[in-house]
Design a protein around this ligand. Structure first.
Ligand code: UDX
Length: 498
């Protein structure tokens, strides 16, 4: 088959894989090659059944199956991909730097620079290079210099095309994006042509008015700012959740009341144990670092507070558990329902669960974890990475990984809900209660969850009552001591305040 155009993507991860699968689906005349140096990752993409612990993304498998071998190819041969492609997306990870200047804040651009050097070395003609990874503003400038640091007289036009998809809804977000952002050197002909080429790809399925073209720096910065604003909303509502618990106000009612103001809007106002994921914290810290580097101290401090509030929320949640359980959790079994940073993903990066676990382990608790999508090996890796286990403690002596929620809850003193998995809504809480030590506590770090349990009780009792009151009443009726983020604190728990 003669393809009209060829695009490649270096990096077959959470962003590169699904994005390229969508391009392949919507642009049958475009050949799409996804390349990665990690052969294991590539063979996973090429396997009959995508290993769900790597890519649990609703709808992804269907799209990959429809396109793979037709116009979508996964390969570990990065040289060939670069040579064949007219346009190369770079979607390698840019984690927070762990060493040297900017450690703990700046983005580590090592992988990006390596990819740029690779393209520059093996390219056989002019290429359009597209930044898909989230990068600090003005990275395109450095990348252009790296790409052109050869004497081969090739031209590389750099574009910025940040990805706004969220995990768990990636395919939906890709199919119907709020907007597609394309930044390029729109003052010069080569830049304009490159922008037009990328616009042409997206126009296959995205309405023209949703495709936004800007200069390079606006595009790079917008990605960081979008994540910073979203995270800021979560931190803002979380800060108010603490106030609600102490004053008798209800976060559900407050969020609804303010969200009905169209200027505020109702999305991203769900209080939680804290935001996680690979982007929010990393991107804000990156923004903070950039501001500090150019002397904007006040701006840096402003955004730093969004991350500090999130840290405080995770810590506050864990402390609440300890306080409520008579100020000691030593040797108590605590069931942790959910470990992923949100539902419908197996991703655990920056998950609040590991921070809460660390706090509880410092208090000598034993933790029984159940998550429908996160493997034991992954949880072990996370405990190592985040140094969550107290020194000299063995994973197996403190952590019990369970096959289902009932197993995790059995014999436990408390349940903490860390991820809002749908299956937790349908559990038989009477059965769970009966199997637990008494008093039995539930600490809900996920606002969704409590609401729906409440709703089920509403059905059971046939009475129409206010959902929130009923939810607490429903679980209480069974006998649980219930704590919900941002819900008025029950007197029995307040009494344990120190
Ligand atoms: C985010 C952005 O949404 C996406 O545009 C960007 O491309 C990558 O980062 P993602 O990390 O996949 O996506 O998840 P998202 O759904 O945004 O949630 C992030 C975290 O915030 C999760 O831990 C989630 O539970 C939490 N959250 C979200 C809340 O606590 N309350 C909310 O109201 C919304």
């Amino acid at each position: 088959f003669d393809f009209e155009y060829t695009v490649a993507c270096l990096g077959a991860g959470y962003v590169g894989g699904p994005t390229m699968a969508m391009v392949a689906l919507k642009c049958p005349e475009v050949k799409v090659i996804v390349a990665d140096i990690n052969e294991k990752q590539i063979s996973a993409w090429n396997s009959d059944k995508l290993p769900m612990y790597v890519f649990y993304e609703p709808g992804l498998e269907e799209v990959v199956k429809a396109c793979r071998g037709r116009n979508l190819f996964f390969t570990a041969d990065c040289d060939k991909a670069v040579i064949e492609a007219d346009m190369i997306f770079v979607s390698v990870n840019t984690p927070t730097k762990k060493y040297g200047a900017g450690a703990g804040k700046a983005a580590d651009l090592k992988n990006w620079e390596l990819a740029a050097r690779h393209i520059s070395r093996v390219a056989n003609g002019d290429k359009i290079v597209v930044e898909k990874s989230t990068l600090p503003v003005r990275t395109a400038h450095s990348m252009s210099r790296v790409l052109h640091a050869n004497d081969r007289k090739l031209h590389f036009e750099v574009l910025s095309n940040p990805e706004f998809l969220a995990e768990g809804t990636a395919m939906k977000d890709l199919a119907k994006p709020d907007r597609v952002l394309i930044g390029g050197n729109n003052k010069e002909k080569a830049g304009k042509n490159a922008i037009d080429r990328l616009v042409w790809i997206y126009e296959h399925w995205v309405p023209k008015e949703r495709i936004l073209t800007t200069n390079l720096w606006s595009s790079e910065l917008s990605k960081l700012v979008a994540n910073a604003f979203l995270a800021q909303r979560v931190s803002s509502i979380n800060s108010i959740s603490a106030l609600c618990e102490q004053t008798g106000a209800d976060i559900d009612e407050v969020a609804k009341s303010i969200g009905m103001d169209q200027r505020i809007g109702n999305r991203f106002l769900q209080a939680s144990v804290g935001f996680g994921g690979s982007c929010f914290q990393k991107d804000i810290l990156n923004l903070v670092y950039i501001c500090e580097s150019i002397g904007l101290k006040e701006v840096a401090e402003y955004w730093q507070q969004v991350v500090s509030m999130n840290d405080w929320q995770k810590c506050r949640f864990a402390q609440r558990m300890v306080k409520s359980m008579f100020n000691t959790v030593a040797d108590k079994r605590i069931a942790m329902l959910g470990f992923a940073f949100k539902k419908d993903t197996g991703d655990t990066r920056e998950t609040a669960a590991v921070y809460v676990a660390k706090h509880l382990l410092d208090e000598r608790a034993k933790i029984a974890i159940y998550d429908p999508r996160v493997s034991e090996a992954q949880i072990k890796m996370d405990f190592d990475y985040y140094e969550a286990l107290p020194k000299d403690e063995k994973f197996s002596s403190r952590i019990d990984i369970c096959k289902d929620a009932y197993g995790a809850c059995k014999g436990s003193h408390a349940i903490c809900v860390m991820t809002e998995w749908d299956e937790f809504k349908d559990l038989n809480y009477q059965k769970i209660y009966d199997s637990m030590a008494k008093p039995a506590f539930i600490f809900d770090g996920r606002y969704d969850f409590v609401l729906v349990v409440g709703f089920f009780y509403c059905l059971n009792l046939v009475f129409f009552l206010d959902r929130n009151i009923l939810n607490l009443e429903g679980l209480k009726k069974i006998g649980f001591e219930v704590y919900g983020i941002g819900k008025p604190m029950p007197e029995s728990l307040k009494m344990d305040e120190t």
